[in-house]
Design a binder for this molecule. Structure first.
Ligand code: GLU
Length: 289
């Protein structure tokens, strides 16, 4: 469906369970964003966090996207097969003196943040001040995480963040940035729960490929469950599979997702071709921020 591939967008689910309606709605917005502009849409499975991956869920996700009519271009990329690439980028950052090892536990970080009246979730920089000897002594006791050093103006809002976890898995922020660069992604549409990640990924992208034109990031409102809470794959929030078992069709679900996203005026049964014909880019941009 795409023409010369002017823009490249992606949907990058973590196969940690079935996609719930909120995930599907974000996928729909990401797909429309690309297809309305004649771009290329790719799917990437973010299956790096092995302990959380649910067997079979990657295939189920692809079946759900396909069932809704959200087609993609080229092969699906699996992050679990790309460790060498992540390792090589991390080694480059380390060789440039841009990382350090961190031995802090969650508890240490919380205590240090409270003591320094810092912002929760922003690393207070404890291990950055370690002398080489101290670092060596600590490393005999436990595996460190690796953090990337951020510039001064990002210290109080973002903080030095983890690029490789203490269990040696590459962190989401690193892998996602490398893949977006490597796959030539120009536009990312995702849920607003990832808003905090955007400055981290922009910064890493600048470090890894200084000349690159920055990616455009768009964030969509999250769909809330009946109690007003964020949906989660693990709490059994309603999935396409449940919908199908209850006799629901793809066209009914598309209508529901598009209407609740605010891109069509009434809830109706609509197939993907009718939907793309009736939504304009302005309406879509108005629900993204
Ligand atoms: N894998 C992430 C998730 O499922 C999304 C990553 C992204 O879109 O940047 O929440």
């Amino acid at each position: 469906m795409y023409t010369s591939g002017k823009i490249v967008g992606r949907y990058a689910p973590s196969p940690t369970g079935q996609l719930h309606f909120g995930n599907l709605r974000t996928a729909l917005l990401a797909w429309l964003h690309v297809r309305l502009q004649g771009g290329r849409f790719i799917v990437r499975m973010e299956d790096l966090d092995i302990p959380r991956v649910v067997p079979g869920s990657a295939d189920q996700i692809l079946r759900d996207l396909d069932w809704l009519g959200l087609d993609w271009d080229g092969p699906v990329l699996y992050q679990s097969q790309r460790n060498e690439l992540y390792q090589s980028a991390l080694s480059t950052l380390t060789a440039r003196g841009l990382t350090y090892q961190c031995f802090c536990s969650r508890k240490n970080i919380q205590a240090a943040t409270e003591a320094s009246r810092g912002v929760m979730g922003v690393y207070p920089g404890t291990c950055k001040k370690l002398l080489p000897d101290e670092s060596k002594a600590l490393s005999s006791g436990k595996n460190p995480a690796t953090r990337v050093i951020v510039p001064h103006h990002m210290l109080s809002t973002v903080g030095d963040f983890v690029v490789q976890r203490a269990d040696s898995l590459f962190a989401y922020q690193l892998a996602v940035t490398i893949d977006d660069l490597d796959q030539g992604v120009t536009d990312v549409v995702r849920g607003e729960d990832l808003l905090d990640s955007t400055p981290k990924q922009l910064y890493l992208a600048k470090l890894l490929e200084p000349g690159i034109f920055p990616i455009n990031y768009w964030h969509a409102a999250l769909m809330l469950d009946n109690n007003g809470s964020k949906m989660s794959k693990r709490d059994g929030s309603i999935s396409a599979e449940v919908w199908r078992c209850q006799g629901g069709t793809a066209e009914e679900l598309l209508g529901y997702l598009a209407f609740t996203a605010g891109i069509i005026d009434s809830e109706k049964t609509i197939n993907i071709n009718e939907l793309i014909g009736s939504v304009n880019t302005d309406a879509l941009f108005s629900v993204l921020s």
